[in-house]
Structures are given as C-alpha cells and as structure tokens.
Design a protein around this ligand. Structure first.
Ligand SMILES: [Fe+2]
Length: 307
C-alpha cells in the first residue's frame, strides 16, 4: 500500500470567522476558498489545494484526516483491505470535498475517520511557480509555517489502530510508549521519511489531540510564540519546550474553538520504509521526559483537554 503523505485535517469549529482569522493571521496559512459553512487553507510551501479545512459545527473536534495515495488503484486495495478487517468503508465522490478527487473513507478502530484520496487540485507555492523568490515574503502575515506536518489523535486502546496502519497501510512505527506489560500507551507512525505523520495517544475514542505545523528553524518557532503572546492566543502552560519523543522544539496553543495546534521544528528523519529500523521505546516512567524534555512532567491539561 502506497500512502504518500498526510495531506490535511478537516476540523469542526463553532465560529467560522474566528477560525479564518486564527488560521491566517496567527498560524499564517493562506485562505484558499470559503463559504458560509467551511473554509480551506494551505501553508506557503505546499502546492495542493488545502492542508486544513474548517467546517461550521455546534462542537469542536476532528471530522477526518486526509492522506494521499500514490496511485488510484491504491484506493480500491485499501477499501478491500479495510472491509476485510471489519472496518466501515464509504466511497466519497468527487465534489464532496473541494479541491480534490474521489476517495475512500475508512473508520479506524479508534473511531477516527481517515480519507484516502489520489487527486488534489494545485494552487502552487506561496511565492509562485515561475522563478520564485526562495525566502519568506516581507509581506508575510502570521507565523512562518511551511507545512502541516502531523496529527495526534486520542483513543482508549491504540493497539488495533496501530496494527491496521502498520500491517495494512504500511505505516512505520517509529516510537512508542509502553506500560510495564508492554501495552501501547502512545504510538508514533510514519508513512513518509518524517518521524511521524500520525500519532495516537490516550483519551476518549474519536477525539482530537493536536495538529502540528512545521517551520524551518527553532528561531521561527520562537517568532511564532511572539505572535501567540501578542494576540493573546490561549496556550498550554508548558512551552516553548522540547519533546524527548521526536526531539522537536514545540509550543501548543488552541484555535478559538479549542482545537489544539502546535508549532514545531526539528524532527529527525525516519527510514521511509516500514520495518527497516525498530521503533524507539519509552517506558511509561520516562513518558514525562519524552513528552516534555525540559520539564520532565506532563501538565494535567495535556491529555485531559481534547476536542
Ligand atoms: Fe506534535
């Protein structure tokens, strides 16, 4: 199975205008299109139509995550394999989601919906596609986010979803947190050569923990923090910090509906193919150091506040 990348997160928000202001003026994404029910955004260094969708709702949270496949035939293969695992599968026709072709929606054992699709319309890079300037524009608004990097979803038992993603969709397990009996508490999985595209952590099934926006440097994460503080964006009490897991510089904050975002930089590269290298293992006693390396403790809100 050839999944090429984590493409986008489709979110629920309670106020559309506030969400548009947040994802453009704070996070620094481009507004691609919108109507009175939804809005589509893309980061500066991505060509596809969107990396974030927000949909007007009466509650926050995640509607689905979108992953691109390398070939249309992968959609058929994935649908058959998911059905064979007993998972719910739904064909998503062209036009249901703006800017992309048809896809297959799979409900994971964790109760999250994952949409696999092949085609995305192209909007090009922020600096254009013909003789572009290499740097960030002096007119740039918001943080210097380059791309949507990964998401962490919450569920009560990660193991069945880890099994499906690694055994059927060929994700690599790069790091995991285990209890003394070896049960997975958190799992970090990659379908590319970044160390995680999709992670699972503890919490109620089907809930959203965060999505992370990547930047070129640790300095740009600090500049992002300045924007968060100036705009009084609600943020986790820890940060700027560093994860032991992935090793990144990080800060967490929330959109106006309470969906958690992350600015980060510095993840190591993964093998890019499943099974080439074994995962890094964190025992549960060292999880606080893995989660927040400087503080070596986890704030209560970190896992309690999910949407
Ligand atoms: Fe993250």
């Amino acid at each position: 199975m050839a999944i090429s990348r984590f493409s986008y997160a489709s979110m629920r928000v309670m106020e559309l205008e506030a969400a548009i202001k947040h994802y453009t003026e704070v996070v620094g994404l481009r507004l691609v299109e919108s109507d009175d029910q939804s809005a589509y955004f893309q980061a500066d260094e991505c060509q596809d139509h969107h990396c974030v969708i927000v949909n007007l709702s009466d509650r926050a949270g995640i509607d689905h995550v979108g992953f691109k496949v390398n070939d249309p035939s992968d959609l058929v293969e994935a649908a058959e394999a998911a059905a064979a695992w007993g998972l719910a599968v739904r064909d998503v026709p062209q036009g249901e989601i703006a800017g992309q072709g048809p896809g297959v929606m799979i409900t994971l054992p964790s109760s999250h919906n994952m949409l696999l699709f092949y085609h995305a319309d192209k909007i090009g890079y922020a600096n254009g596609m013909l003789n572009p300037s290499p740097g960030v524009s002096k007119n740039k608004v918001g943080a210097k986010v380059t791309h949507l990097d990964h998401t962490l979803l919450s569920c009560e038992n990660a193991q069945p979803t880890v099994d499906f993603l690694t055994e059927v969709l060929d994700f690599s397990l790069t790091e995991k947190v285990v209890d003394p009996a070896g049960n997975i508490i958190a799992a970090f999985m990659s379908c590319t050569n970044t160390m995680h595209d999709l992670a699972l952590g503890p919490g109620p099934d089907g809930t959203f923990h965060h999505m992370a926006f990547g930047m070129h440097s640790r300095g740009e994460v600090l500049e992002g923090v300045d924007i968060l503080k100036e705009d009084e964006v609600p943020a986790l009490e820890y940060g700027v910090s560093r994860h032991g897991i992935a090793g990144v510089t990080t800060i967490y904050f929330h959109d106006p509906s309470g969906n958690r975002n992350e600015f980060f930089n510095g993840a190591y590269q993964a093998a890019g193919r499943p099974g080439l290298v074994p995962p890094i293992i964190w025992d549960v006693d060292n999880f606080p150091r893995g989660a927040f390396y400087y503080e070596s403790s986890v704030p209560e809100a970190f896992f309690d506040q999910v949407t």
